[in-house]
Design a protein around this ligand. Sequence first.
Ligand code: WTA
Length: 649
Amino acid sequence: MTPDPAAQPKTFAASEEFAAQANATAELYTRAEEQGEEFWADQARELLTWSTPFTEVLDWSNPPFAKWFQDGTLNAAYNAVDRHVAAGNGDRVALYFEGEPGDSASYTYAQLKDEVSKAANAFEALGVGKGDRVAVYMPMIAEAVITMLACARIGAIHSVVFGGFSADALRSRIEDGEAKLVVTADGSYRRGKPTTLKPAVDAALEKGGDSVQHVVVVKRNGEDVAFQDGRDVWWHEVTENASTEHTPSEQNAEDPLFILYTSGTTGKPKGILHTTGGYLTQAAFTHKNVFDLKPETDVYWCTADVGWVTGHTYIAYAPLVNGATQVIYEGTPDSPHRGRFWEIVQKYGVSILYTSPTAIRTMMKWGEEIPGEWDLSSLRLLGTVGEAINPEAWTWFHRVIGGGRCPIVDTWWQTETGAMMISPLPGVTAAKPGSAQVPLPGIAVDVVDDAGTSLPNETDGFLVVRKPWPSMLRTIWGDDERFVNTYWGQFGDKYFAGDGAKRDADGDVWILGRVDDVMNVSGHRLSTPEIESALVSHPSVAEAAVVGAKDETTGQAVFAFVILSDQATAENRDAAELAEEIRAHVGREISPIAKPKKVLIVPELPKTRSGKIMRRLLKDVAEDRPVGDVSTLADQTVMQQIVDSLGAK
Ligand code: WTA
């Protein structure tokens, strides 16, 4: 008999055993409510080790520029590594590295302390010091984490650029941050083949990036790479004889920790700036309570890449600050086989798994027999991030991967928020598939209309944060004005997240996706204008418009509508071949993740009388729906022309 869907529970409470041992308690909400900012001060004192204790909690005298714990000092790397060794936990494994080809390595906290110290000494010997920017362009190898912590140790500001980004994307980020040092690798492994990174660094620096004095190169796959004398040095050579002794730089709580670029609503990526004390406080608090971390016994694995914020907060910082044992994996989920994730879970006895809805939907497609071949009984908690998880994927994850026993936390947050903001607390909140549910203790979110007025339940609106939070972005690097306009311009005293949301009848928050020109493909943020400008930089393209269309696996998929240049039209080339060439061009200009799923060559684009492209109508075409209201178009026949031109192919 097939189960009656109406008889299925609407929510999933954790088992009594889980709830009895959970770190989080309902009392956290009441305490946060009663204590206000002091709640965060307690967390900061309890979860971090300060060199100078702070006396001031929050300075919000100059909004939206927040200062948390500003008269305290601490060092992030000391908190992530040294203090665990000092507390007698030096022998605990900090990192299990699993390479894509199957090689592996592990680092205890004591070993990690030595490696981070050596790298810190090596970077200082190369002239890098407090406040200098270091661009990190690396695969998912232990050295990526070591580099980030070494920067934090000396007070340098890391700017990690996802290893899949193009040379141009890397160059613009190096230039915006005026990086002094670049840390990279010869390459990595991807789907069984060696890939390279160093050539992209060379290409980036050939065209600019004049601030860069040195490039440190980790030997990962032994690919032949060019070296520029005086500039480029091997990681193993500069760290080999470096001392394992290094005194961490004493950082002010508000000293910058890192810059991370994210797509915005214009073509120029935004350098999101995070500082030290508040960021680490919320990172550690959420990691401990949302993941129910027990550092002595859990094995934690977050499948993100350090190139994204998830890899910063929930790989490089929070787990280590909390003294956890974690796995990092270099490769893809299907290499060398489609059971790779589950093989890793079995091999290391992973108990907490944090991944993306896209990965889950992909594995659903591959079939449940694949995870069924592995022992997943070590898992006790599952988490998702990056996009909304549809209830089908949620229930599959719960049943097939979690064996029906693991609580799932659907965590909403952003590069800008630095750490989780909305999520169930396992053992406290009964999970509701598809909803990120409730703001975390100490976080004040709201759903408002376009005038900023709070909306009742069951009404669609905009997601905002009403009060400053410790891990909030402090500014956009070098552009305070853009920071103010982008996030505070809309509602003045409330942070505008860029997401649509609604609260259901129970008051639980459902995230409805971006309301701006940002698309979310496989949990990656892509900017509409950035892809459009890559498209028009192809000689055959005269004009382009991009939309994010619903996609079963990736959440959204990029559809590009292009008008050909006169010359390309005259050449009368095979449309499919040309479309493929244009797709590849975007891949090269930005990154393979930005490649449109489809490039559709059309005779015209729908524009209003003032020349604004009406992407909403193109989205109708991409999602295969009847085209909506065309009355505001300058030429009302355009949509018909587009539909006809596509139908004819
Ligand atoms: C989306 C990733 C629904 C959202 C940590 C947000 C989500 C953007 C969720 C931030 C979730 C992230 N449910 N949507 N649980 N988590 N998003 O900066 O649109 O890469 O604004 O940070 O991802 O993406 P970012």
